[in-house]
Structure formats: C-alpha cells, structure tokens
Design a protein around this ligand. Sequence first.
Ligand code: SAH
Length: 348
Amino acid sequence: MIAEEQKKDIRRLSREQVTEYFLSIGEKAFRAKQVYEWLWKKAVKDFDEMTNISIQTRKQLKKDFVINQIAVDQMQRSSDGTIKNAIKLYDDKVVESVLIPAKKRITACVSSQVGCSLDCNFCATARLKRMRNLNPDEIYDQVVAIKDQSELYFDRPLTNIVFMGMGEPLLNYNNVLAAIDKITNPKGLGMSPKRITLSTVGIPKMIKKLADDEVKFNLAVSLHSGIDEVRSRVMPINDKSPLEDLADSLRYWYEKTQRKVTYEYVVWRGINDTEKDARALVKFCKVIPSKVNIIEYNPIDDGEFQQASVEAVAMYKVMLEQNDIVVNVRHSRGKDIDAACGQLANKN
Ligand code: SAH
C-alpha cells in the first residue's frame, strides 16, 4: 500500500492514463470513462460516491490514489450580494475566488496562482510573492464551488467566468488551459468558451501562443496606460514588454482569431487622468478592434493611487466614444469585503 501522502491525485492523470490504469488492474476500459465522469463532470470528492463502480474497485482506487480537494475555508458576503471565498488548497495554501451576481449574469472570478510574481504597484495581490501555480483541478474546483453557491444562494446558474483573481494566468499557461478545457468540455461543465475571459497583464509571447493554440475564450488585457513611461510606472512588466511588443502580439492575435480584445483601464488622479493620456488610449485601441472597461480603483492602502475625478473618467468616455470605441464604466462590487479587483490578498 502506498503511504497516504505519497499517493497521486487521480485528477492529475489524463483520460488516457486513467484508462491505462484500469487496464493494468484488469478492469475494462469503460470503467475509466465512468470514473473520469465522476471526477470531472460530477466533481465528487470521495471514491465512495462513485456508485456505479464496484466496492472492490473503489477500494483499489483508494489504495492507489487520493482526490485532493479544495475547501471553502471562509465565506464573506457583501451588502451588494458579492461573495468572497477564501479557498484552502491541499497544502494549506489559500487563494480567493469571488462570486459576482448581476441582473443578467452571475460571474465567477477565479485565481490561477497562489500569490503573484508581477509587481503592479496598485494591486494588493502583488504584495504577496508568488508561491506556486494552481493545478488544473484546483482552478476547476473554484468554478464548481462558485457554481454551487450560485445555485444555492441565488437559485440561478453560473453564467460567466473571469480569470481575474489572484495571479497571472499566462504565467500558469498549461494548467489554466487544461482547466478551461475541462470547464468547456461536455464531459466537464460544458460551459461555452464565449463566457470565459482570461485577463492578463499582457505578455506578448504568451498572447501569441494563445493565438497559435486557437483558443475560443475571450482575452482581456490590463492596459492602464497607452504611454510607456506611465505604464512602466504602474506596471513594471512594461519595462520588459513595452507597448509596441504588446501591440505586435495583439495584431498577431487578431490576425489568427479575428476576435476583439478588451482593455481594462483604471484612471488615477495625477497619473493618467489628462487628455494626453486619453488620446494615447484611443491610439492604442486602434491597433486592433477592441473595447474598453474603465474600472473603478479599489484603494489598497497607502494612498499613492487615488481614483480620478468623475470629470476625468467622463472625459475618457467622451473621447473613446467620439472615436467609435465601445466603453463601459464599471463600478466595483464587493468592496466592503475586499473582494473587488486588486483587493485579493488573504487579509484573513
Ligand atoms: N494578472 C491578471 C489578472 C488579475 S488582476 C491581470 O493583471 O489582468 C484583474 C484586474 O484587476 C486587472 O485588470 C488589474 O489591473 C485590476 N486591478 C488590480 N488592482 C486593482 C485595484 N486596486 N483596483 C482596481 N483594479 C485593480
């Protein structure tokens, strides 16, 4: 018998590997199909829930594998309905996932890494160092947990998923794509990729890879400035990947996918709130077809960054619209429980 802590998480195995395993213990290949469905589509947490598998086989499975689980360690509800979950992983690390209810949709905001290696100066998660990447099942399970909450508390299905929680999804590329594959697969949650948005600081090489891999989900880029000096000041990654490289990768993306990109943009007082800044954004928006989400700034502490005036945001909106660029001004959700963009940092 394999020691408990050395057992492999069965969900690290591909479908083929599960099949091989069953053949190796003298079982029929279709058992693999059944078990795989229990593991992903039904997302059971215990082999004993696999009721169409014989007790003998379940025993064998328990001998050889574990099913690592995430656990909702703490759940906070905002006055606006937003739910923030502190999710404990098998190794006691914690990430956060958020359920955001709106009139027409319920969105799950999920994490892709424990902590983050990027140093965006305005983001609370950046204060944590990157501890590790999440595994595909850990990303998938966050979606399942939020889906369950959506049904339980709102009596409505989960409609959208955004990779805007902790971490940089393109620095955990394979696991994020493997999770999305399970989320969209009819053998998993069967959700449409059109309802999934991956948000990135904009890593040109990886954006090109997404295009090459012909992904079907939406791409959002955290832009925050169309001027290199300003962008580098708020997002040091811009020193490594300046706007021209980003633009180049986006042209490649559009050529291959014919799909628009969304820019996320915060307007800060005294940093990017002038007409010159807005003009630079307009110019960048012309690189490929795009739209802009202006997001409200969620203060994280010392006051270096402050939300710009209502007038400055209005100026941006007018200028974008005059240039036929679709713009949404978004108000934050879940601020009272630190669940809003950039506030995820395991305060508890
Ligand atoms: N690493 C990815 C996803 C996580 S951040 C990315 O950068 O896109 C999700 C979004 O929240 C990003 O657009 C980010 O710029 C924004 N954000 C971070 N901190 C924020 C804050 N304090 N207020 C408002 N938005 C913030």
